[in-house]
Write a protein that binds this ligand. Structure first.
Ligand code: ADP
Length: 261
């Protein structure tokens, strides 16, 4: 794999050439470690809602289902747990799909301003307590060569986080505009509690959360920013997170602009 580095070295000894292979065991051990942790974390994240579901099924079978009010409450919780598993499996599949396509350069012309408008419209139409807070600030055209589905997912994840972690009633501002000649900037800003600086470097790690309880309560999987990072990398862009505790967070993705004909 890309993380396993192998070198071949020609060494001249007493007039004969010998080929010596050195493999960087440190790099490949670190990659193995990350893989093992990832599978362990993913299994754990799935097992918790699964155990809860099995517990409720058991209790319903033992007779709790005969009382309609209790049965309905249980079914509500079971539905929430099943939805959590659905979100997690969806995000795991997205991650592996993006990783599999890592080396295929995406080349469909996409106007990010137009896409931003579509995603905001979708999120507003979906309703929810914060649908009214979205403010869009776009300059068209903001053309890139990309993968439309992945760029739409990037916008969904960033805007979704701003809605999840921003304060109710405060605006979430989405800006899409050319950044110099060469880049297009997507910035999503919220007025939430912000993120303490020591967490910033780790936010794009899989399953890394500042406050796990809060993330779960708002329906987070812990994979949103890991997915965003992979999408930005596949588009040869850059990701930046600025945050001030008590004020809010701005996540900025810079994607190379399409060259104009
Ligand atoms: P999650 O599904 O938990 O939201 P993400 O990968 O999207 O996972 O984000 C990782 C963590 O980063 C979150 O759990 C949260 O602690 C923090 N975070 C992400 N976006 C924001 C934001 N806009 N404001 C405050 N914290 C955020």
């Amino acid at each position: 794999g890309a993380r396993d580095q192998h070198w071949a070295m020609r060494v001249k000894t007493a007039g004969e050439h010998r080929l010596i292979h050195l493999s960087d065991r440190t790099a490949s051990a670190a990659a193995d470690r990350i893989r093992v942790d990832f599978v362990a974390n993913a299994s754990h994240e799935l097992r918790t809602p699964l155990a809860s579901l099995l517990g409720f099924i058991e209790t319903l079978r033992e007779g709790a289902g005969e009382e309609p009010a209790i049965r309905d409450r249980f079914l509500g919780v079971m539905n929430d747990e099943a939805r959590r598993m659905e979100r997690l499996v969806g995000d795991l599949m997205s991650l592996s799909r993006i990783e599999a396509e890592k080396f295929r350069i995406p080349e469909t012309p996409v106007d990010l301003a137009h896409l931003g408008r579509d995603v905001c419209r979708e999120l507003s139409a979906a309703g929810g307590p914060r649908a009214a807070d979205l403010t869009l600030d776009v300059t068209e055209p903001a053309q890139v060569l990309g993968d439309r589905i992945q760029l739409s997912q990037l916008l969904h994840n960033l805007i979704g986080n701003a809605m999840k972690y921003g304060r109710a009633g405060t605006p979430v501002t989405i800006t899409v505009a050319p950044d110099g000649e060469a880049m297009v900037r997507i910035a999503v800003a919220d007025q939430g509690d912000g993120i303490p600086p020591e967490h910033l470097p780790r936010l794009t790690e899989r399953f890394y959360r500042v406050d796990p309880g809060r993330s779960r309560a708002v329906g987070g999987t812990g994979l949103g920013l890991a997915i965003v990072k992979h999408i930005v990398e596949r588009h040869r862009g850059r990701l930046r997170i600025d945050s001030a505790v008590g004020e809010g967070t701005t996540v900025t993705a810079l994607i190379p602009a399409a060259v104009r004909p």
